[in-house]
Design a binder for this molecule. Structure first.
Ligand SMILES: C[S@@+](CC[C@H](N)C(=O)[O-])C[C@H]1O[C@@H](n2cnc3c(N)ncnc32)[C@H](O)[C@@H]1O
Length: 508
């Protein structure tokens, strides 16, 4: 594995890499360690701009860099038999950086290229981190357009809109996605405007499926030499241009208006009383168009403890506050108080919200998620409701409740302090009778439990007096002590081979 893609001349203390290193080290402690993907992109773009690297990241023919650069195969090909005569970079008038969790990629692109940079991430929390990093470098801050400014647009529409603001064909740099379908959606939206589409990632996260997907939209796909276990896949020669007879390397002007359709499936559950639900999921949405097994266990526990016919064991105290919904509140002491205001904290594809709507047809439902794809997916799932089309079966289950089950959906980082949003749409402390939580425990490909901890605190704040948190987690994660610390005590409502469901009530 080469130490660098570049010849010595570009790595000298007075060279272009050292100059951008100084800016980057001011933002990222210990740069470039800890940012191998961004470093590789930095070298690639610098080498392309200087004409010493070809499109594949190898020494450009005639650049004199062949012998000086480490790690090339020395035979003038990229292993796929393509030539290196394609080396000189015609600077793209703009760049789009996708799913850059730290801001390092966006900064590298802004520091090494010309033209505006659009930074977009499915997670608005990732976008916010990128914004902070970019703001730290005055010289480039104004050239980077942040998607935060076009919030709150869920899904890919925001990206399509932003790409239209670029002056012409662009270069896209994507941090390797966990699923190929994420790349597929980005390609559908951006291939018409992207002269070059680069995927960067750790070797272990790069699959052949990514190459195949790129090859559907581009005639040439190169694999760069690896550096510090990172690698680039570089797609060039867009097919959209060739198919429409335009100049060979220029993409068709104007971004795609076509937003890819989500994947859809009818999902059955073993939980009694829950109808089949037509679930939709865009590529980056957690879990795809399915129900999560942990959430099924949670739903079954909610049904047996708080459902219409549940025994009144371990129930929250009635909170005494006036009902938010118009329908009558059960007063029978033997019956649980049905939750009227329900929040799914991290609602994903909306399956759990739709199922809770079927269980409690009169309840006002709210879903919050940090992922644009999740909110866009939940909107489609909840609009479809059940396979009969519009959720009418769920609503019809209880003739006393005529409220629509269509939830309010909010694109929001739920670790941020309350309130969220503004005006009548704001989500504030003390608003919910029931908060369901199936917290994330991955950040990209790393296990991460800090978010769950913060979400448990947030759930406590969001509950009305006597309101209830129901939380499911992989048993080995041992979140119950956290719930106990935040709420004072908790009870286990369900457990199977993988998951535990605990419940805790806010003080009355
Ligand atoms: C395990 S999934 C649960 C999805 C859904 N509640 C269900 O049960 O099917 C966790 C969800 O939390 C969301 N999430 C992760 N971090 C978040 C944050 N900081 N704020 C809001 N949502 C977050 C993820 O995008 C994901 O959709």
């Amino acid at each position: 594995m080469p130490a660098s893609l570049l010849p010595e001349a570009l790595l000298r203390p007075d060279g272009p890499i050292a100059a951008t290193d100084r800016e980057l080290a001011a933002v990222f402690a210990g740069w470039p360690l800890g940012h191998p993907d961004a470093r590789l992109v930095q070298e690639y773009l610098t080498g392309r701009a200087a004409g010493v690297l070809d499109v594949s990241g190898r020494p450009a023919a005639g650049s004199g860099a062949e012998a000086a650069t480490m790690g090339t195969d020395g035979n003038g090909t990229d292993g796929a038999g393509t030539d290196r005569t394609d080396g000189v970079d015609t600077p793209a008038p703009g760049s789009i950086v996708l799913d850059d969790a730290s801001g390092a990629l966006a900064l590298v692109v802004a520091l090494t290229g010309a033209g505006p940079v659009v930074a977009y991430a499915d997670s608005i929390a990732a976008e916010e981190s990128a914004r902070r990093a970019v703001d730290a470098v005055e010289a480039v801050g104004s050239r980077i357009q942040r998607m935060a400014s076009v919030q709150p647009t869920p899904g890919l529409r925001a990206l399509a809109e932003a790409s239209r603001s670029l002056p012409g064909p662009c270069r896209v740099i994507l941090s390797a996605p966990k699923a190929v379908r994420v790349l597929d959606e980005y390609l559908e939206v951006l291939a018409p405007v992207a002269a070059e589409f680069v995927v960067v990632g750790r070797d272990k996260h790069m699959s052949r499926g990514l190459n195949a997907e790129l090859a559907k939209f581009y005639d040439r796909v190169d694999v760069s030499p690896g550096r510090a276990k990172s690698r680039l896949l570089i797609a060039s020669r867009p097919r959209s241009a060739a198919s429409q007879g335009t100049a060979s390397h220029a993409p068709v002007p104007g971004a795609s208006d076509r937003i890819p359709a989500p994947r859809t499936a009818a999902v059955s559950t073993r939980v009694p009383g829950i109808p089949d639900i037509r679930v939709s999921a865009f590529g980056a949405c957690f879990g795809g168009p399915t129900s999560d097994p942990g959430s099924e266990l949670l739903l079954d526990a909610v049904r047996s403890h708080l459902g219409p016919a549940a025994p009144a064991t371990d129930l929250p105290e009635a909170d005494g506050s006036p009902p938010a919904a118009a329908e009558p509140v059960p007063t029978d002491a033997d019956q649980p108080v049905a939750p009227r205001r329900i929040l799914d904290l991290g609602c994903g594809n909306g399956w759990l919200l739709a199922a809770l709507g079927a269980l409690h047809p009169g309840a006002a439902l709210t879903g919050v998620d940090v992922s644009r794809a999740a909110i866009a997916s939940a909107a489609v799932t909840c609009a479809a409701g059940t396979p009969d089309g519009n959720g009418s079966r769920a609503r019809a289950a209880d003739p006393h409740h005529s409220q629509p089950t269509c939830p309010r959906l909010l694109l929001q980082d739920a670790t941020a302090p309350l309130p969220w949003g503004a005006g009548a749409e704001a989500v504030a402390a003390g608003m919910f009778d029931l908060v369901v939580l199936n917290p994330p425990f991955h950040d990209g490909t790393t296990i991460e439990t800090g978010t769950a901890r913060t979400l448990i605190h947030r759930a406590h704040e969001l509950l009305a007096p006597g309101g209830r948190l129901v939380c499911v987690f992989n048993t080995h994660l041992r979140y119950r002590p956290i719930v106990d610390r935040v709420f004072g005590t908790s009870v286990q409502w369900a457990r199977d081979r993988r998951f535990t469901v605990v419940s805790a009530a806010a003080p009355t």
